[in-house]
Design a protein around this ligand. Structure first.
Ligand code: UD1
Length: 384
């Protein structure tokens, strides 16, 4: 009998955890009929509320290995993951490596694994914003160019890969694992007390309409005039409905550096500095899903939230000029609004005046993407 095969799953940053969780759960569910999963946490995100809390909420096994790379410049962070992950791969010789998403940990681990001749799979392949100033776009292009198995969420991603010369035999359209996590956790998220904690609940239902804001893209938060302009616009929207803003550490750090932090003082520290803006620290997965599910409107520059709002049927205004997730605009509830403050306010007013959003569920965003991925992993990497 051949020894049990082992696949290394690499996760490092907040949006990775909800992508690996359903795949690992599915592999564990299949027991000896699937390879064994071991989880490598690179440590790109390390604060409890950017990492640990997701393991609890997603019922994700503890990492088997923690590389502890932490924050640094792009080159340094990518290099640190590569050095540590190469040692691990040489020592452990996994039979395959699975990377997810588009963060620095994704491309770093893929480069290492492919050069060691270890079969490598990329989950969420083929997404393209066609904006090479976006660090994630570079990570996506490089990872997809070298990985052996490419798992995609939509036909558009397949077309992008084919156009770049990727062999169709490598591409597997499987659906969206982010949505697997969302559907798996939705019932638990319903019992989150976040609305009551923020003074937005009446019993278990929202007391009044509110919006949610997330902001962390370097293009939006690393330049003071851009960040100030977005906060001005949000301030105007917040005079109409409360806007909850769970702030990302990068954004808080930049707001402090630009002298904008006064406008963002968390609620618990006294009066609300921008009327209607409810600032919190980063939220756990269940709290965040509950908050978004009941929101009247979401303003965001995140990628994954464009997908989650599509499934939850919540209007999403994306504060970017482009998106790699076009399907959320064509089929879902997403509108690309850009970053001009007047446009943001006008789009928010229009969304609030319109009836609730309605989108179509993209094909295969049905909660079974992980099962399809594991079928392919077993077939392609599971045997001797
Ligand atoms: C990273 C990803 C981005 C993803 C985002 C989700 C890259 C290039 N970017 O961006 O694609 O959308 O994660 O959050 O991989 N920090 C903390 N605590 C932490 C982690 C970070 O305080 O646990 C602070 C540090 O000051 C750090 C800054 O946040 O310098 C940025 O962290 P970094 O991992 O470089 O990028 P993100 O902006 O989080």
């Amino acid at each position: 009998m051949s020894p049990v095969r082992r696949l290394a799953f690499v996760a490092g940053a907040r949006p990775n955890f909800m992508k690996v969780a359903p795949i690992i759960a599915e592999m564990e569910r299949r027991g000896n009929t699937a390879p064994r999963a071991f989880l490598v946490h690179t440590g790109q995100h390390y604060d409890r509320d950017m990492s640990e809390v997701f393991f609890e909420d997603l019922q994700l096994r503890r990492p088997d290995v923690f590389l502890g790379v932490g924050s640094a410049s792009h080159a340094e962070q990518t290099a640190k993951v590569m050095i540590a992950f190469e040692k691990l791969c040489v020592d452990e010789r996994p039979d395959g490596v699975v990377v997810v998403g588009d963060v620095n940990s994704t491309v770093a681990a893929a480069l290492v694994a492919v050069k060691l001749g270890i079969p490598t799979a990329h989950v969420e392949a083929g997404l393209r914003s066609f904006d090479r100033t976006m660090p994630e776009e570079i990570n996506r292009i490089v990872t997809d160019a070298i990985a052996d198995l490419l798992f995609t969420t939509c036909e558009e991603a397949d077309a992008n890969l084919l156009r770049e010369g990727v062999a169709s035999s490598k591409i597997h359209l499987v659906g969206n694992v982010m949505i697997d996590s969302l559907l798996r956790q939705r019932a638990r998220a319903r019992s989150s007390k976040i609305l009551a904690d923020l003074g937005l609940a009446h019993g278990s239902a929202p007391a009044r309409p509110y919006g949610v804001l997330t902001l962390h893209r370097p293009s939006n938060v690393d330049a003071s005039d851009r960040l100030a302009g977005i906060l001005d616009a949000v301030g105007k929207v917040a005079s109409r409905i409360p806007i909850v803003f769970p702030i990302h550490p990068r954004t808080m750090k930049q707001a402090e550096a630009f002298g904008l932090a006064e406008r963002l003082r968390p609620r618990e520290r006294g009066e609300t500095p921008t009327e209607g803006l409810v600032v919190t620290g980063p939220l756990g997965y269940h709290d965040f899903v509950r908050l978004v599910a009941d929101a009247r409107l979401v303003l965001t520059d995140s990628g994954g939230i464009q997908e989650e709002t599509t499934i939850l049927g919540v209007s999403c205004l994306t504060l970017r000029d482009n998106t790699e997730r076009g399907i959320t605009v064509t089929e879902g509830t997403n509108t690309l609004v850009g970053t001009d403050p007047a446009r943001i306010v006008a789009a928010a007013e229009a969304a609030l005046d319109a009836p609730s959003a309605h989108g179509r569920m993209p094909r295969l965003w049905d909660g079974r993407a992980a099962a399809r991925i594991v079928d392919v992993l077993v077939r392609e990497l599971g045997g001797p």
